[in-house]
Write a protein that binds this ligand. Structure first.
Ligand code: SAM
Length: 378
């Protein structure tokens, strides 16, 4: 056996056990149940995921670190890890659980901003569990008691009431996770489907769709059977409407596609744009977002390009703060038909219709900006 090619250090017996698609043997310990966090998962689950999906020594990330189950597991395995959470009290608990390890950093703040400060292509694995939409702001159907939410902060993704906006926020955050994961690295996301009264929201499949759009391969999934954690169950809907009592969660397994394809694509688009300009043509790059997101994007853009664009500059569309869009959208407009093989461009019939084709791809357009293209007309 070539040890250098191993993808993990599991024995053959552990490999077989972990390959079964239902994981049943993992529940929170008494100590974990005593922590004041409304939705933490067991460190043992993280340990099993980290050991299965990465090599010894690989760096670990959790952008929704809560009380630090992922970072505690990483510390126990002697791994380097970064965990981010908005809530200061959770971060304090996470620090105490990870111990004095120099390798483990707990960052307190909004992951949408802090992920930007981490190096590209660095982490071997991300293990995380985002807020399950805003369900902690709802009454619990089992006993009608109010739940305790994570925080009242605006940046808290668990406070977004609109399901579409919630998915957009996750898409934007996981796109940043994709940047800091190494190509081929795993991103394992624990979620559960949601019911609000008569409406069912299949969060696991909706999230899988948005993750694929931001650059991940959807590799597989594991069912985490939590039936042993539930007691005092009620026959939901009895006797008028049969309802499912959910006693399982999902571990969605994504892989970062080789980022070289983004770099290669950006290089091809760049060559096309430079040919266009050499023939006297032009192209247009536009950024659209709500004010908070736009301001952070513009300060990063201005610092990097030594410019002083404002929310009123050409190419900057600053939406209302309650607009029906969460994330930053970058768009490239061209008048000429892109050559065959440059995929991703669509027809642009409605808006800025002096340009017939449009590319919506934040990662490619970010690379174009790095190569010297500018917001507005070029
Ligand atoms: C499901 S919990 C994660 C619990 C964690 N797996 C554990 O075992 O402790 C989701 C976490 O996301 C955090 N959160 C929500 N929005 C955030 C954001 N924008 N940036 C960082 N953390 C956020 C919440 O404070 C909460 O602790």
């Amino acid at each position: 056996m070539d040890e250098s090619k191993r993808c993990n250090d599991l024995s053959g017996k552990e490999w077989l056990q972990n390959s079964f698609s239902i994981w049943r043997d993992i529940a929170k310990t008494k100590e974990e149940k005593a922590y004041k966090h409304p939705a933490s998962y067991p460190a043992a689950l993280c340990e099993k995921l980290i050991r299965t999906f990465s090599k010894p020594g690989g760096a670990v990330l959790d952008p929704f670190n809560g009380i630090g189950s992922t970072t505690a597991a990483a510390a126990a395995l002697g791994r380097e890890a970064v965990g981010i959470d908005l809530n200061e009290d959770f971060c304090e608990i996470a620090r105490s659980r990870a111990g004095e390890s120099e390798n483990v950093r707990i960052l307190c703040g909004d992951s949408c901003e802090l992920l930007d400060t981490l190096p590209e292509d660095y982490f071997d694995i991300c293990v995380t569990s985002p807020p399950y939409w805003d369900i902690l702001n709802m009454k619990r159907s089992a006993d009608q008691r109010a739940s305790v939410n994570y925080s009242d902060k605006q940046a808290d993704i668990g406070n977004i009431a609109n399901y579409g906006l919630f998915l957009q926020a996750l898409a934007e955050l996981f796109e940043q996770v994709c940047r800091v994961l190494r190509p081929g690295g795993y991103c394992i996301v624990n979620v559960m489907d949601i019911r609000k009264k008569s409406s069912f929201y299949p969060l696991h499949s909706d999230l899988a769709s948005v993750m694929q759009k931001v650059g991940y391969l959807f590799d597989d999934l594991i069912i985490w059977d939590r039936q042993s954690d539930y007691n005092n169950m009620r026959p939901l809907g009895y006797p008028y409407r049969f309802r499912i009592n959910k006693v399982h969660e999902y571990l969605l397994i994504f892989i970062k596609k080789d980022v070289k394809s983004v770099a290669v694509k950006a290089a091809e688009v760049y060559d096309f744009l430079m040919d266009l300009k050499a023939q006297g043509g032009s192209f247009f790059i536009e950024a659209e977002a709500r004010p908070d997101r736009m301001n952070s994007f513009l300060s990063e853009y201005n610092a990097r390009h030594h410019e002083a664009l404002t929310t009123r500059s050409e190419g900057v569309i600053c939406l209302q703060s309650d607009a029906d869009k969460w994330g930053l959208e970058l768009r490239l407009y061209v008048a000429e038909k892109p050559p065959a093989g440059l995929d991703g461009f669509g027809k642009n019939p409605v808006y800025r219709n002096e340009y017939s084709y449009r590319l919506n791809d934040n990662r490619v357009i970010r690379e174009l900006l790095d190569r010297g293209c500018r917001l507005g007309e070029n």
